[in-house]
Design a protein. Structure first.
Length: 232
């Protein structure tokens, strides 16, 4: 009986030790997303350079009706998600007239080469009922284009039609300009803008990397535009 009791006591102690060990594993802190992705959340290239936006910055704008106002950079957040995608979200707001613009930048953590790293990334701009997708102007100057030659699809590298190079806005000339045609919301999810339904629209957004958003044209013919005096 003494030998049996000894074995039972040893088994109980082993079971208790195993339970304790499992309890310790469950309470261990989970690594952050940036650690799991073997990278940090800092973004390089087109996305952080776009507009040179800094929190607290005030940008002068003008409405087509003639009144002047400013868009303030009220928020700028940088993080990495569970799928190893990097995000850089920027909010521009005007108290009067009431305008709110959200720029959502997203890019991968891993790249093929340095050129891919600099050119990758997409910025989605949500402005009222409109959404625009912005690509790196440098990439659009040398992009793969498909066209019909003798009724056959032919691919070649050239300048994308959305790259318009120069534009004059409020007496200032801007270079490296791209125009993005917007989509219009037909139904908006209460919890997720990404899942909202959109249709093509005549709205347009003009931009370049240095100054960011230059001009937004709405379907009703009105527009807002950056209002700098001198310099590009």
């Amino acid at each position: 009986m003494t030998k049996l009791n000894s074995k039972l006591l040893t088994l109980a102690c082993s079971t208790l030790a195993l339970l304790c060990a499992c309890g310790e594993l469950e309470t261990q802190p989970i690594d952050s997303n940036s650690q799991r992705c073997s990278d940090n959340s800092k973004i390089t290239g087109f996305l952080p350079d776009f507009g040179g936006y800094k929190k607290g910055q005030s940008i002068p704008f003008k409405h087509s009706d003639g009144y002047l106002f400013s868009l303030m950079v009220t928020d700028r957040q940088n993080y990495i998600d569970d799928f190893c995608q990097k995000h850089l979200n920027t909010s521009l707001e005007s108290p009067y007239p009431i305008y709110s613009i959200l720029l959502s930048g997203k890019t991968n953590t891993f790249y093929y080469d340095e050129k891919d790293k600099q050119n990758s990334g997409l910025i989605e701009v949500d402005f009222g009922q409109y959404r625009f997708s912005l690509r790196n102007p440098n990439a659009l100057k040398n992009t793969l284009i498909t066209t019909k030659v003798n009724d056959k699809d032919t691919m070649f590298y050239g300048i994308d039609s959305s790259y318009i190079d120069t534009i004059k806005i409020n007496d200032v000339m801007y270079t490296g300009v791209v125009v993005s045609r917007g989509e219009k919301l037909t139904h908006m999810s209460n919890t997720d803008f990404q899942n909202s339904n959109t249709v093509a629209s005549d709205a347009k957004l003009y931009y370049n990397t240095k100054k960011g958003i230059l001009k937004i044209e709405m379907e009703d013919g009105s527009h807002i535009s950056i209002n700098e005096k001198g310099g590009k």
